[in-house]
Design a binder for this molecule. Sequence first.
Ligand SMILES: *Cc1c(COP(=O)(O)O)cnc(C)c1O
Length: 361
Amino acid sequence: MPRPTLRTDRSAIAANVARVRAATSSEIMAVVKADGYGHGAVTVARAAVAAGATWLGVTDVTEAVALREAGLEQPILSWLNPAGVDAALAAARSVDVAVGSVDELRDLLDDAVAPLRVHLQFDTGMARGGTPIGEWHELLRVARDGRDRGLIDVVGVMGHLPLADHADPAANTPAVLRMRQARDAVLRAGFGPVRVHLAATAGALTDPATHFDLVRVGAGLVGIDPSDTVPLVGAGRLTAPVVHAARVAAGTAVGYGADHVTASDTHLCVVGVGYADGIPREQAGGGVEIAGARHPIVGRVSMDQVVVDTGDVLVERGAIATVFGPAGGAAPTIQEWARWAATIPHTIVTGIGPRIGRSIE
Ligand SMILES: *Cc1c(COP(=O)(O)O)cnc(C)c1O
């Protein structure tokens, strides 16, 4: 029986990078946090770099080291760093780190042993990370002190767009102004040159005013435009085998709680993935593709399996069901799954569990 597998399509990632490239002349950072949005951090990073991305982005230094171990030599920025920054490791592996507050910067300076490349992160209107404007002065004072002691080099100025899922330049204006203000404050404080970066996927695709020197693109690499305005190519295909199939009579109760009862004589089959693999249990209207046709999931999603009603078609055990894939065929897209589960496509792809095999095409 072929095992449930998520295939990552490198040509889709290349097409998505090309789409971003067409929208900006700034450099492109490939953001591969959360294992490359579930598609494999190294796989996505390599494909994005081959297609023209010149930076890599992650949320902690451990993720960055894994990219270095895989041979990726591009500049890497790690922000957030929830487990703290191992400053010696970051310096040894040439990993840039972002600091989002005076406290964070002081902690870093306590540990820094070699000049560590730092990006100062400013709150550009989100109140989720980034130094609030009232602390900028102190942040810059402490950063100057760290630089003068030879502990850090300030090489970047970072913000984040609060309306990262909008395609609305007017709504981005306050963040863009705040970003310019931060850049000017950093330059006036005697740092420079610095790379300035604000936009994520939606800003990169829809609002040139947000681009500055570098755009940080994560979701877009795997085919998600959070603003839902630019068609990108889904980079993942999740398949699983049919492990059981049978003909049943009208009136047959299906699955836990008998939530579904067949309305007529039909064929059911069981596909071997469930909520432990990332299939949303709270979904309505979901389906899978088998042999070129879409069939509905019926009854509750179980931990390891779902039941599919194939109507007149008796599916063979061992047939392959596609849970999601790129748009264009009968297979559902991750955007459809997001609608069925009342969520965003990001949670679908980052939720794919460890039992699912991975492959690259
Ligand atoms: C995740 C993240 C990104 C990438 O956002 P996408 O919308 O997935 O492109 C960019 N910047 C920061 C700070 C992030 O946390």
